[in-house]
Design a protein around this ligand. Structure first.
Ligand SMILES: Nc1ncnc2c1ncn2[C@@H]1O[C@H](COP(=O)(O)OP(=O)(O)OP(=O)(O)O)[C@@H](O)[C@H]1O
Ligand SMILES: [Mg+2]
Length: 226
C-alpha cells in the first residue's frame, strides 16, 4: 500500500454520495443514498445509527467497493476509491452485516488466506495472535461450519484485521456476539494489535461499549496516529 505523504485529517470522506439500486422486473428502482456528505476524523470512533432500510449498509458497502456508487466521491485514508482503488481498499477492513463463512476452511486457514489475498508476507502475518484476540485459539483447526454464529462473526472481525488496516468498519457489530468482556471487543483487539506499530493508542474501549449496546449500530473507527 502506498501511503499518503502525511497522515490524513479524515479517515473517511464522502461527498455527494448517491446510490440508486436499479429496477428489476419485479421491483422499482430504489434510492438508498441521497447525497450523503460525511467526514469521519482520523483517530475517532464513529457510530452510524438509523432504522432498518436507512442505508447504513449501502453506505458502508460503497466505501469498501462492494456496492458501486451512482455518484459522489469517497476517500479512504486520503485515497480516492476511484483513482486509487487498491490502496483505498487496503486501508479499510470491513466486517459485513451478513455472516460470510469459508465453511470448508479452518479459522487458521481462513485468516492465512485472507492475509495472502492482501499480499501480507508470511513472516508479517499474526494469525495466532488474531485468533487468540477473538477467542478462537481452541477452534483454530476446526472447520468453520462447526463454529457457533457468534464465533463465526468473531472470525470475520479477525479477518477484517489481517492486513492491519488503519480504518475498521463493523456493520451491526454486536449481532450475535456476546459483549461480556470489553477486553475482547473489536476496538480493544484492534487497538492492541495496532499498538505493536503505534505505542500510544487512545482509550477506545470505554467509548465503544455504550454505543455497542444500541441496535442498528454500525461503527467505524480509526486509531490514534498511525
Ligand atoms: N441489492 C439491493 N438491491 C435493491 N435494493 C436494495 C439492495 N440492497 C439494499 N437495498 C435497499 O436499499 C435500502 C437501504 O438498505 P440498507 O441495507 O443499506 O439499509 P440498512 O440501514 O443497512 O438497514 P438494516 O438496519 O436493516 O441493516 C433499503 O430500502 C433496501 O431495501
Ligand atoms: Mg444494514
Amino acid at each position: 500500500m502506498s501511503l499518503p505523504a502525511s497522515l490524513p485529517d479524515w479517515a473517511i470522506e464522502a461527498e455527494g454520495l448517491y446510490k440508486t439500486y436499479a429496477a428489476t422486473k419485479t421491483t422499482p428502482a430504489k434510492t438508498a443514498l441521497n447525497g450523503i456528505d460525511l467526514k469521519i476524523p482520523r483517530g475517532s470512533i464513529f457510530g452510524l445509527l438509523g432504522p432498518n432500510g436507512a442505508g447504513k449498509s449501502t453506505y458502508i458497502n460503497t466505501l469498501s467497493g462492494l456496492v458501486r456508487k451512482s455518484a459522489g466521491t469517497v476517500k479512504i485514508w486520503g485515497m480516492d476509491i476511484d483513482s486509487h482503488p487498491r490502496d483505498a481498499r487496503a486501508a479499510i477492513g470491513v466486517v459485513a452485516q451478513e455472516i460470510v463463512a469459508d465453511v470448508f476452511f479452518t479459522p487458521r486457514e481462513s485468516l492465512e488466506t485472507q492475509a495472502g489475498l492482501f499480499g501480507v508476507p508470511p513472516h508479517e502475518r499474526r494469525t495466532a495472535e488474531l485468533l487468540a484476540a477473538v477467542g478462537l485459539t481452541e477452534q483454530a483447526e476446526a472447520y468453520v461450519r462447526q463454529l457457533s454464529g457468534g464465533m463465526k462473526r468473531r472470525l470475520m472481525v479477525a479477518k477484517a484485521m489481517t492486513h492491519n488496516p488503519p480504518v475498521l468498519i463493523l456493520d451491526e457489530p454486536t449481532a450475535g456476539v456476546d459483549v461480556a468482556s470489553p477486553s475482547s471487543s473489536p476496538p480493544t483487539i484492534w487497538r492492541r494489535r495496532r499498538s505493536s506499530a503505534t505505542p500510544s493508542p487512545s482509550s477506545t474501549a470505554a467509548r465503544w461499549w455504550p454505543a455497542s449496546r444500541r441496535r442498528n449500530c454500525c461503527a467505524g473507527w480509526t486509531p490514534a496516529p498511525w
